[in-house]
Design a protein around this ligand. Structure first.
Ligand SMILES: Cc1cc2nc3c(=O)[nH]c(=O)nc-3n(C[C@H](O)[C@H](O)[C@H](O)COP(=O)(O)O)c2cc1C
Length: 360
């Protein structure tokens, strides 16, 4: 007997591990170890010109695992991105068919067990090798009262023409504390009030896990009161840790994929995600996606806060990741940079002058 109505599941991808083919159905997020016969059957199913598939046990099991689908199954979405982006997208979806509805009581008990079980596992902040610890002065949060939210949002623009002008450490110190420091205090008040163990941290931006998985690495290029270099900002202590590496305009431009408009920035902040803080609560692809979202929220807070300080800003999510890893001394760690926010003084023009000259 044959079955011509089966098609292979386009939402599944395959990889090799310990001499075996592993199939991952990105939608159900289930993994299967495939014997060769099973993998061959899928190869045949993927070939449009192949003969109808035999109706045997292999088909039955592949159907049960969702790697083969009945013809009447939902069509695959049309996707213009490349295959990697397709599997990333599918792998980050949460579908109702795989998430049974929970009662309020079940939701509460999940919440409590997740918050208390994560307590023991919260990793200490990752601090790269450093040469010096530098205490910072008290931040001046009054600076942020000088501008309305409306003005900060209206004046925030991407600037791509910076002037060689220094920024005062006092401004950066206040900016770092405002965006990464515990501005609400170190205790989470309502958790304390109800005696619920609290392992989270509050900052001026929300955090996907509540554990604040992002850290700031300050790049000082032209800062009054601070030597040129790269500094890890310890938000708990309000200290800078000077890394062994340093950088200048030219290396920053190379790092950011030849975006020459990074020239003349006074400073910048790399937002670095520590995946260990995400993994405490979520090891799946959606957690990875949320780590990027978390960095995105912080970057917007930095942009608005820096604008309130009358700084001009430029942000990029494009850089040579391996170069950044080396520069920030996070290579081989579970940390990665997701966003760079450049800070300085310029003409607030969004088109680099060189572009305009080239067009002329
Ligand atoms: C996630 C993200 C990544 C970005 N990456 C770059 C980049 O690599 N290079 C760049 O020059 N601008 C980058 N930008 C800035 C955008 O080009 C800019 O925000 C957009 O043109 C709108 O202009 P505006 O910021 O002045 O409103 C990025 C913005 C975001 C939100």
């Amino acid at each position: 007997m044959t079955n011509s109505k089966l098609q292979y599941n386009r939402n599944a991808f395959y990889y090799l591990k310990d001499g075996k083919v592993i199939a991952c159905n990105t939608l159900s997020q289930e993994y299967y170890e495939l014997e060769e016969d099973y993998f061959r059957r899928l190869l045949t199913a993927s070939n449009n010109n192949s003969h109808p598939l035999p109706n045997d046990n292999i088909n039955k099991e592949l159907l049960e695992g969702g790697l083969l689908l009945e013809d009447k199954s939902e069509p695959s979405i049309s996707w213009e991105g490349d295959p990697i982006s397709f599997f990333c997208h599918q792998g980050t979806r949460i579908l109702s068919q795989y998430t049974p509805k929970l009662s309020d009581e079940e939701v509460c008990s999940d919440f409590i067990s997740l918050s208390s079980s994560s307590a023991k596992e919260i990793p200490a902040r990752y601090i790269p090798e450093y040469s010096e610890r530098i205490p910072l002065q008290e931040p001046n949060l009054d600076y942020f009262n000088d501008s309305s939210l409306y003005n900060a949002a209206k004046n925030r623009k991407t600037c791509r023409n910076f002037e060689n002008k220094s920024v005062k450490i006092d401004l950066l110190n206040s900016l770092l504390y405002f965006c990464f420091g515990p501005i609400h205090g170190k205790l989470w008040e309502d958790f304390e009030q109800y005696n619920i163990p609290s392992y989270g941290l509050r900052r001026s931006s929300p955090s996907a896990t509540g554990l604040q998985g992002c850290d700031a690495y300050l790049v000082a290029l032209n800062v009054e009161g601070l030597e040129k270099g790269i500094y890890y900002y310890s938000s708990d202590e309000h200290y800078l840790y000077r890394l062994k590496n340093t950088l200048d305009d030219e290396s920053l431009i190379y790092t950011t994929n030849d975006q020459f408009w990074a020239k003349n920035l006074s400073a910048g902040i790399f937002i670095v995600n520590d995946m260990r803080r995400t993994w405490v609560k979520d090891k799946k692809a959606r957690g990875y996606l949320a780590a990027y979202l978390e960095a995105g929220h912080i970057s917007q807070t930095i942009l608005l806060a820096a604008t309130a300080l009358k700084l001009q800003t430029w942000l990029t999510g494009t850089f040579r990741d391996d170069v950044v890893d080396n520069l920030l001394q996070i290579k081989g760690s579970p940390c990665f940079a997701s966003v760079f926010v450049g800070l300085g003084y310029g003409d607030n023009g969004s088109i680099p002058k060189k572009f305009i000259e080239t067009i002329r």
